[in-house]
Ligand binder design. Structure first.
Ligand SMILES: Nc1ncnc2c1ncn2[C@@H]1O[C@H](COP(=O)(O)OP(=O)(O)OP(=O)(O)O)[C@@H](O)[C@H]1O
Length: 278
């Protein structure tokens, strides 16, 4: 398969589309009839309650899990029937930055960013060097190339992970909690960088985050997932102004509302053995 599908040039085709997707783990349904469109060039934030299924959406896109029903399309291509070679070609077009960046601790900053290039290409060393330094420059860390992960701050580590995520010039970058554990300044820097790289490199980005303030500041669109469904999708302003009780509860951080606080469980009396004693 060609690295880019013939549909790549067609801007009318969204880069990502989930159509009526139902999926879960074992017998447990997590997402039900979810529809989600991510237009090219945009930054989409996925927000919602813990355990609502945001990371599951990212797993669907990488086909780490498959839908029970419905279709997941990348660049107009249904990814469910792809053979492994074609699936890997699609995955190469997706960069990922998962929680805390997870750098290889025994590799230098330079080697961390070079890793995907060495794994997935046969480029000569001189070209790998240039590409790595370009990516490190883009995140402001060209000067940190020889440091080890233990010698850099958490914010710097996140930026190295970002350079690694874009090493192969992906079309799509998936961020799962990219701001977790960062101080407010590093968080602001990381958020701005995600936005700037998205625009400068012509990427499309999906960010799963609980940091609504930073996420709303950089996202073009926000989709909220609750109770297994996309309950709202719109611009940050549209979500802020939403009258939907679910959205208001979450965006306004109100403890009471339609989002369930408790995981479904047997009655509390039964769990503590009190039901039978009455
Ligand atoms: N591999 C798995 N096997 C079984 N259940 C899983 C698995 N991964 C996730 N789940 C369950 O699926 C639900 C959705 O998980 P997911 O990680 O997608 O939620 P999330 O919205 O990303 O949550 P958070 O904001 O806490 O990261 C959770 O209830 C979780 O327990």
């Amino acid at each position: 398969m060609a690295l880019k599908s013939p549909l790549s040039a067609d801007n009318a085709v969204p880069l990502i589309e989930l159509r009526d997707v139902t999926c879960g783990y074992g017998d447990r349904i997590i997402l039900e009839q979810v529809n989600l469109v991510v237009p090219r060039g945009k930054v989409l934030a996925l927000i919602g309650t813990s355990g609502g299924g945001k990371t599951t959406v990212l797993r669907l896109l990488g086909r780490q899990i498959r839908p029970i029903k419905g279709q997941v399309s990348f660049d107009g291509l249904d990814i469910a029937p792809l053979n492994l070679t074609d699936l890997y070609a699609v995955r190469r077009r997706m960069g990922t930055l998962f929680q805390f960046g997870a750098l290889f601790t025994d590799l230098s900053v330079f080697e961390n960013v070079a890793f995907p290039l060495r794994e997935h290409t046969k480029l000569p060393e001189a070209m790998i060097r240039d590409l790595v330094l370009m990516k490190l420059n883009a995140v402001g860390l060209r000067g940190a190339r020889d440091l080890m992960p233990s010698e850099i701050s958490g914010g710097m580590a996140r930026r190295v992970a970002l350079a690694r995520a874009i090493a192969l010039d992906p079309d799509l970058v998936l961020y799962d909690e990219p701001f977790a554990g960062l101080d407010p300044i590093s968080l602001g820097v990381a958020a701005r960088l995600i936005r700037d790289l998205n625009d400068a490199l012509g990427l499309t980005s999906i960010i799963v985050s609980h940091d609504l303030h930073e996420t709303f500041a950089i996202a073009d669109e926000v989709a909220m997932i609750a109770n297994g469904r996309v309950v709202a999708q719109g611009t940050p302003d549209e979500l802020r102004r939403s009258e939907d009780p679910l959205v208001r509860q979450f965006v306004g951080a109100e403890p009471e509302g339609p989002v369930h606080f408790h995981q479904p469980a047997m009655p509390v009396m039964d769990d503590f053995g009190l039901g039978a004693r009455a």
